[in-house]
Design a protein around this ligand. Structure first.
Ligand SMILES: NC(=O)c1ccc[n+]([C@@H]2O[C@H](COP(=O)([O-])OP(=O)(O)OC[C@H]3O[C@@H](n4cnc5c(N)ncnc54)[C@H](OP(=O)(O)O)[C@@H]3O)[C@@H](O)[C@H]2O)c1
Length: 328
């Protein structure tokens, strides 16, 4: 049995309940992992509210780190006793132990702690595919400007540092002056408080009227329109989240009028759909973290039993960097 968080209906943080659930043995292609730390992500909120619906009852959580306890038939990249971490489907990482597909689980290098592993896999692999694989048709070169919303958040603080390591000038947005300072301290070239400033006007000013080659937008509804105004001709609008609500339908014709823009809606799970791709991206992430170029900021820790409060704080924009759930 394992202490786990489950929901029996979609709703507010109050639907998150602790339960004792059976764990079982791994079948072919699966492993059983005992968590040492669990990562909290905004997608967990979408699963809880039903923006991304789950069938009930459901367990949630997409990220964790721990020790492999049992290995099913056909699994060759993991052994019993390995330290491991993952960002993977299906939801269900908010627990002490679980059985899950081995495909998304990666061996964790000795230099990276369980807590850091749990805090960085989903957010770090996301920053990886955004900055390395979600690029404008004209490419990205050192010195280019990119706009990254919610730059002081979990994905955001990793992206600030990684963009700097790649030589990009990341313009970060955040909802307070303190968060803007945090983005700057972590490598953002510029930071804009979008609660008090017109971010499109500031982006034009910073870029000498030209605009940026790409906008990475996880805020969604509230930032969509103005983000399009931040782009250079042929620029890329890379939408990857809905923290403020989903982006409403829009007229493709507006993309022409604003300079033959490109739009994409990306999700990590397309990028990590094979073992090889997952491992290659994880190796890239492990290397940039081990080198010290990207530091993982665990700014909040909550006991698993306090998961409701963790969700409240994430949704209320009270958190910065990564948040983990700890186990007794
Ligand atoms: N598609 C993918 O592959 C993928 C993968 C990972 C994450 N994501 C998305 O990336 C975003 C960041 O994820 P994360 O887990 O690292 O979360 P996070 O950035 O730590 O938290 C979300 C942040 O969004 C900002 N925000 C703006 N408007 C908001 C609103 N109305 N309500 C709540 N927050 C709002 C807040 O920062 P400010 O106060 O500074 O505005 C908040 O701190 C999320 O939208 C998530 O869904 C997408």
């Amino acid at each position: 049995m394992s202490l786990a968080v489950q929901i029996r209906q979609h709703g507010g943080p109050e639907v998150l309940e602790l339960a004792d659930l059976p764990v079982g043995e791994p079948g072919p292609g699966q492993v059983r992992i005992r968590h040492h730390a669990i990562g909290l992500n905004f997608i967990d909120v979408y699963h809880r509210t039903g923006l991304y619906p789950l069938s009930m009852p459901a367990t949630i959580g997409m990220e964790g780190a721990g020790v492999v306890e049992a290995v099913g038939e056909g699994v060759t990249h993991l052994r019993v006793g390995d330290r491991a971490a993952y960002a993977a489907n299906p939801p269900g990482s908010y627990c002490e132990a679980r059985v899950m597909p081995a495909m998304g689980v990666c061996k964790l290098p000795d230099a990276i702690s369980f807590e850091t592993g749990a805090a960085m896999m989903l957010k770090g692999l996301t920053a990886q595919y955004l900055l390395k694989k979600t690029r404008p048709v004209e490419g990205l070169e050192r010195g280019d400007f990119v706009l990254f919303h919610a730059a002081a958040g979990g994905v955001g603080l990793i992206a600030c540092q990684w963009a700097k390591a790649l030589g990009l000038q990341l313009i970060g947005t955040a909802g307070s002056d303190a968060k803007c300072q945090l983005a700057l301290d972590n490598g953002a070239a510029y930071a804009i408080n979008y609660a008090s400033e017109d971010f499109a006007a500031r982006v034009k000013e910073i870029t000498g009227g030209k605009g940026v080659k790409v906008v990475y937008d996880s805020v969604g509804k509230d930032t969509w329109d103005k983000s399009l105004d931040c782009l250079r001709p042929f620029g890329l609008m890379a939408s990857f989240g809905n923290a403020s609500g989903p982006v409403p339908p829009f007229a493709p014709g507006s993309l022409g009028a604003k300079g033959s823009l490109y739009v994409t809606r990306q999700t990590l799970f397309t990028h990590i759909s094979t073992r090889e791709a997952t491992q290659a991206m994880a190796d890239d992430l492990f290397a940039v973290v081990a080198s010290g170029q990207v530091k993982i900021h665990i700014d909040q820790r909550y006991a698993l039993a306090d998961v409701q409060q963790a969700h409240r704080d994430l949704e209320a924009r009270k958190t910065t960097g990564s948040t983990i759930l700890t186990l007794p």
